[in-house]
Design a protein around this ligand. Structure first.
Ligand SMILES: NC(=O)c1ccc[n+]([C@@H]2O[C@H](COP(=O)([O-])OP(=O)(O)OC[C@H]3O[C@@H](n4cnc5c(N)ncnc54)[C@H](O)[C@@H]3O)[C@@H](O)[C@H]2O)c1
Length: 359
């Protein structure tokens, strides 16, 4: 079956397009025929997936701060996007302890700026606000969190994402309500909560997969903070497919307000694994390496975090395609290819997208 989504000629604004998820999303949407306007800070890792994919020349590329409301509103007015994917964020828990103010300003006021710019721009039909699985009040229980569970967050990053959820809900009720859709406004606003994503091209600090790859490629031991922690691991293409499907349905449906809600995108229950297990499998796929465990983790992290994905399965028709085994194989294959010196990472990334579409 052909991949069912078509964004041919659709104007899509992506915030955070220079980051890990944003680069995969930009490439995928280009393949699906969209015209992209990207709004972000310059890439902040070396290497950078955005640069490796050489995406700048095929999109409208804007380097500016999401906190600069005036500039952002000008971009919305000038380019009149139909779909907005809002990914720009300070996305790191550790950095959020060091720079809480920056984290809240970027993640909360940044989201406010995007929603406010949408309120002032008639062209927008769909906005997908990317938050996190960490937005839930973590009860350290074995059950997966559902979309209606209470929001919370014990660290500045997690709580900033819960704040972004609450803010978006208020905008949805106040300005973009389902009852007034197609009457006083045109916008479907959804929030999306994905798990821990992996895939080629992530070099952020203090994330498990990039930490493993940095250590393995330098023949150093991988240092683990919380080996027994359980997380909902998934390939980056899985939630991105969820975001695309959601946007596509919201754009074309006869009843678009069905999609103006919060959505979880995570793996099936069996793929929610411990850090230690994931690392042991990575070492095997890499062909060698070792890990050591820190005696005193430098900051607090939840022990168990699972997502319930029933709603996306039943109401959206989305489901994970790649299990943890395939996800790890694709991810490690991508990094091994890179570190073996094959620099045409665009081709490999496109091949993986194509495989996902067919899978
Ligand atoms: N990677 C994960 O496992 C994961 C899991 C759940 C949710 N998320 C969310 O997904 C989104 C993307 O995450 P990522 O992993 O690609 O992170 P990333 O750090 O690779 O990318 C972040 C992007 O946001 C942009 N950005 C940061 N501050 C900005 C500012 N002040 N103004 C404009 N742009 C700014 C960066 O330039 C970059 O393009 C984030 O909202 C993150 O919270 C990520």
């Amino acid at each position: 079956m052909d991949f069912p989504l078509n964004f041919k000629g659709t104007k899509v604004l992506i915030t955070g397009h220079t980051g890990f998820k944003g680069s995969w999303l930009t490439l995928w949407l280009l393949r699906l025929g969209a015209k992209i306007i990207g709004y972000s800070l310059p890439p902040d890792t070396k290497p950078s997936l955005f640069e490796l994919l050489n995406l700048k020349r095929e999109i409208v590329h804007i380097e500016e701060d999401i906190r600069n409301y005036k500039y952002l509103e000008g971009v919305f007015q000038k380019f009149a996007p139909e779909i907005v994917f809002h990914l720009a964020a300070q996305p790191l828990v550790k950095r959020s302890y060091l720079e809480p103010r920056l984290t809240y300003e970027t993640n909360v006021m940044g989201t406010l700026n995007v929603l406010e710019a949408i309120r002032k721009t008639e062209s927008v039909r769909v906005c997908i606000v990317v938050t996190s699985d960490k937005c839930y009040e973590n009860k350290e229980w074995i059950y997966g969190y559902r979309e209606k569970d209470p929001l919370g967050g014990d660290d500045p990053y997690s709580s900033s994402k819960a704040c972004a959820e609450i803010l978006t809900q208020a905008y949805r009720k106040s300005f973009f309500s389902s009852t007034n859709l197609r009457k006083t406004h045109q916008v479907v606003v959804a929030t999306v909560r994905a798990g821990n994503v992996m895939g080629g091209g992530d070099w952020q600090e203090d994330r498990l997969i990039p930490d493993c790859i940095r250590a393995l490629s330098q023949r150093k031991p991988i240092v683990l903070r919380n080996p027994e922690a359980i997380r909902p691991w998934q390939h980056v293409l899985e939630p991105l497919y969820g975001y695309l499907l959601l946007a596509h349905k919201a754009l074309l449906s006869e009843n678009p307000s069905l999609y103006a809600q919060a959505w979880n995108f995570g793996p099936f229950e069996r793929d929610q694994a411990k850090v230690r297990e994931v690392v042991e499998r990575i070492i095997k796929l890499w062909g060698g390496g070792e890990y050591q465990i820190l005696d005193n983790p430098p900051f607090y992290e939840a022990k168990i975090l699972r997502l319930d994905i029933s709603k996306a399965l039943i109401e959206l028709g989305w489901k994970p395609k790649w299990d943890l085994k395939i996800t790890l194989e694709k991810t490690i294959n991508w990094y091994k290819t890179f570190y073996e010196g094959l620099r045409n990472m665009r081709k490999l990334t496109e091949t993986q997208i194509e495989e996902y579409e067919k899978g």
